[in-house]
Design a protein around this ligand. Structure first.
Ligand code: HT7
Ligand code: ZN
Length: 864
């Protein structure tokens, strides 16, 4: 495997000005003709000498090749592993190729493939090279014209990017459509879809009065699950106009939903392709969380039209330029559409459970990576979510108006270009006249900074807040320079009331942004109170770990009354994490009581909304506890977390019962809290409360309640044999996305026979398909990421299951196999028995024949 380095970037010696493609679709193959107008690149020093031109191509059968209409002989070109090499003789020429490809056999779901009888594409990051020979790198921006020919009956719809230019009939029952995209684009944004689909049509009038046709294509019979996605699309289009002044630029916006898809969705220009999971939703089939997912992903792909498509990445090391920024934009959109603190808590949970883990594991990388073997392995929570946190810090530092000024300048300067993260930072800096030399460390350094904070009282009303930052070594980066860290801070009195204070010589305030730039820094605080409780890192103002020695009472006070909703939730998490991660093997009675009382106060707080209550009374996830630790005693952690859940379930049983019985589940927050109550009741006594769940699954009128009941039933002692689990299957066996939920609910059962059950029943089930990433995710990723008790079973059976699936998928779908393999990445934090077991599975994987680059890169780094 070849490692690519960011520092070795060189501009391409050649450009492709125009790309004309003809696709002839047949039942077992596709013919692709390409006509490329090529020019030497004036920005490349080498190009004056007309060096050999290397075009990328993978699994292509080259049938014809000519330059300027003259057919090349065998000696005029070279076919090497994944490359076609030609020797240009002029600075401008036209290259024509004809290739044969086999999309029906393409299980990698990259390039052109088939899903449910239709043709579709996925070209990001490097999938276009599986379609035709090309300069498959994002800085090559070309104007595309595409003609698609296929059987009229099987493929009445023939779609590509841009606007339809012409269509007509051919012989043998075939027809064609031609498309032209007026915006030059990198080939990773190319898309083609051919099939027979239903369409939901709508229209959007832009801020300048232009009419845009909106078309949402789904499998036949699914139109009743489309309206929410369409509404979300229109809301996103309006939001981007209002918040960022960005208008849609084509006359047509199409979204196609397919079942077999490696990620959530893809922002191809004018023709988004989506995983059905992020399009199809109605009350009966989708949960409240699913609706939020649809809204978020529809928005994310739409926002890419400006942050990604109009301004794209120069090279793949710059991925966070478009992804971090677009995640930031979809997060702000969701905050405006839903509850802001609830959204922020969800965002932070992802950072703490998945990103902190990545940052402390073998795959740690800066948001702008320095090297990669397989680019697909770098679509990570670091590039996406930490990338969004870095943008969020800019937003915090500059304020809404300053941030907008920077965005405007970025678009003004770079519209139509392929640029770098540096270009983005510079636009922000120059629009606001600030110097962000140090801020750039967030782009170049991996790892999660830790800030230790201490408060000392100097005299009456005079305090010092001493901060010390450090960042642990990560692969390839042993020592780190200090980061610029904005810490949003307030102070509370012992009763939890917000206090006025002054920082240094500043004005009296009840909230301040402390900006840490040194390794050690001290802030002088004036505050007219005896005892003050700092409320630090409000709204998670930086992606760091912060340590402050709160007493348990102080945390309980903050949990009860911090005016910052995020910090209020966080204090509860902090309180529980402290107890669960302490060295002591069990929880003391006082520990349990402190949490019980804190929960009781939250649940009886009439001002607090139900969604925040639901969040506040859930224990920190095991993943976030592991993600935050350097070493972890899993057995002790599982034990203590069970003890705490049992205690809270039992001691607050009447409260859970009353919530369950009195709360009308007529909105998402209420349904959530009521279902949390149900899960506590089943922990308190399965025998006593099983009937509630049985009754709920039988009479539920929406999927949120139906699934919540299924989850507790499937988790119960006789979960696998339960008639309700079987009834759920019978009811939903033809609804693919609901079946994914059915699979997932079962793999969360924590009893010892779950692994056998997964192997013998679920993986062998007629509705399970190893080629479908949603199914693999429902069963294997859900099991290994969310059933930690069984995944980490001391026998090693959970590890063997995951390794077997990685090996099975290695050839079928390397991208998914690589992603699955990352589930082993936390192994160095575990005890030596588990370390040995995982290491032996990793060694087994790395020694198999024909190991893909995707899996090799992950496993090799993990073993180092
Ligand atoms: N920009 C896209 C990233 C992507 C992808 C999507 C689908 C299948 C494979 C993929 N590889 C990379 C998705 C996004 O961030 O919007
Ligand atoms: Zn994206």
């Amino acid at each position: 495997p070849v490692v690519k380095f960011r520092k070795n970037y060189k501009p391409s010696p050649y450009l492709i000005k125009n790309t004309e493609l003809i696709f002839q679709l047949f039942e077992d193959h596709v013919l692709v003709s390409a006509s490329l107008n090529i020019e030497s690149n004036p920005k490349s020093a080498e190009s004056v000498n007309l060096p050999p031109m290397e075009l990328d191509g993978v699994a292509l059968e080259l049938l014809e090749i000519s330059i300027d209409d003259k057919e090349l002989s065998d000696s005029d070109y070279q076919l090497k592993q994944d490359l076609l090499i030609i020797q240009p003789t002029t600075a401008q020429f036209n290259l024509q190729t004809l290739c044969k490809i086999y999309p029906q056999k393409n299980t990698s779901l990259e390039g052109l493939y088939t899903s449910g009888g239709k043709f579709c594409t996925q070209c990001e990051a490097e999938g276009f090279r599986k379609i035709t020979y090309y300069l498959d790198r994002p800085e090559i921006m070309s104007a595309f014209s595409v003609r698609i020919e296929g059987d009229q009956q099987k493929y009445p719809l023939l779609l590509s990017n841009g606007n339809p230019a012409s269509r007509g009939d051919l012989t043998d029952g075939r027809h064609f459509v031609e498309w032209h995209d007026p915006f030059p684009k990198p080939c990773y944004l190319f898309a083609l879809v051919a099939g027979d689909l239903d369409c939901l049509e709508d229209e959007f009038t832009t801020m300048n009065g232009r009419k845009v046709k909106l078309e949402l294509f789904v499998d036949k019979g699914k139109l009743d699950q489309c309206q929410f996605a369409m509404d979300s699309l229109k809301a996103s289009m309006r939001w981007d106009e209002e918040k960022f002044g960005r208008e849609y630029d084509l006359d047509l916006y199409m979204v196609v939903a397919v079942s077999d898809f490696n990620m959530g969705a893809m922002e191809n220009k004018g023709l988004n392709i989506f995983n059905t999971k992020y399009v199809l939703a109605n009350e009966k089939t989708a949960t409240d969380a699913d609706f939020e997912g649809v809204e978020r992903v529809i928005a994310h792909e739409y926002f890419h039209n400006w942050t990604g498509n109009r301004v794209t990445c120069r090279d793949w090391f710059q991925l966070s330029l478009k992804e971090g920024l677009t995640v930031f934009r979809d997060q702000k959109f969701s905050e405006d559409m839903q509850s802001k603190p609830v959204q922020r808590i969800d965002q932070v949970k992802i950072i703490r459970s998945a990103q902190f883990a990545e940052d402390s594991g073998p795959m740690a990388h800066p948001i702008r990576p320095d090297s990669y073997i397989e680019m697909n392995n770098f679509y990570t929570v670091t590039v996406y979510n930490k990338g969004a946190e870095v943008i969020n810090m800019m937003h915090t530092l500059l304020g809404e108006a300053g941030f907008r000024k920077g965005m405007d300048l970025y678009f003004e300067r770079h519209d139509g270009q392929a640029v770098t993260c540096e270009d983005f930072v510079r636009a922000m800096e120059e629009a606001n006249d600030v110097d962000w030399t140090q801020f750039r460390n967030w782009y170049s350094q991996a790892g999660t900074p830790l800030v230790n904070v201490k408060l000392t009282q100097l005299g009456a009303g005079q305090f010092h807040l001493d901060c010390e930052q450090s960042c642990p070594p990560t692969p390839e980066q042993q020592s780190k320079s200090p980061f610029m860290i904005p810490i949003k801070t307030g102070f509370l009195d012992a009763a939890g009331n917000s206090l006025k204070f002054k920082v240094e010589q500043g004005d009296w305030t009840d909230e301040a942004l402390l900006i840490l730039t040194e390794n050690k820094q001290s802030f002088k605080i004036e505050c007219d109170a005896e005892q003050i409780i700092p409320s630090l890192l409000r709204d998670f103002s930086a992606p760091i770990k912060l340590a402050y020695e709160y007493s348990l009472t102080q945390l309980a006070t903050q949990f009860a009354s911090d005016p910052n909703s995020f910090n209020r939730w966080d204090a509860g998490q902090n309180l529980m994490s402290r107890l669960l991660l302490s060295n002591s093997p069990t929880l003391s009675a006082t520990d349990k009581e402190i949490v019980e009382q804190a929960f009781s106060a939250i649940l009886h707080d009439e001002q607090l909304d139900n969604a925040l209550k639901a969040l506040a009374v859930q224990l920190p996830s095991l993943n976030s506890l592991i993600g935050q630790s350097d070493k972890v005693d899993l057995d002790q952690l599982f034990n203590k977390s069970n003890q705490l859940k049992q205690h809270l379930a039992k001691s607050l049983e009447p409260v859970w019962f009353s919530i369950y019985n009195t709360l009308a589940g007529d909105n998402a927050g209420a349904r959530w809290l009521r279902n949390v109550a149900l899960s506590y009741l089943l922990i308190a006594s399965e025998a006593q409360y099983f009937e509630l769940a049985a009754n709920q699954i039988t009479h539920a009128t929406n999927m949120t309640d139906e699934l919540a009941a299924l989850q507790v039933i499937a988790k119960s002692k006789n979960g696998f044999e339960s008639e309700y689990v079987e009834q759920f299957y019978q009811k939903w066996q033809n609804e693919d996305l609901v079946l994914d939920k059915w699979f997932s609910a079962q793999v969360l059962n924590e009893q010892d026979n779950v692994i056998d059950y997964i192997r013998s029943s679920l993986l062998e089930h007629e509705k399970f398909s190893i080629g479908n990433p949603n199914k693999v995710h429902s069963v294997i990723s859900t099991f290994s990421a969310n059933n930690l008790v069984q995944f980490h079973h001391a026998s090693g059976a959970g590890y063997a299951l995951l390794a077997d699936l990685v090996i099975q998928l290695n050839q079928i779908n390397p991208q998914i196999a690589g992603r699955l393999a990352t589930q082993f990445n936390q192994w160095k934090k575990l005890d030596s028995n588990r370390q040995t077991l995982i290491k032996s599975q990793l060694s087994k994987i790395i020694s198999i024949d024909a190991l893909s680059n995707d899996v090799f890169e992950v496993v090799d780094k993990s073993l180092k």
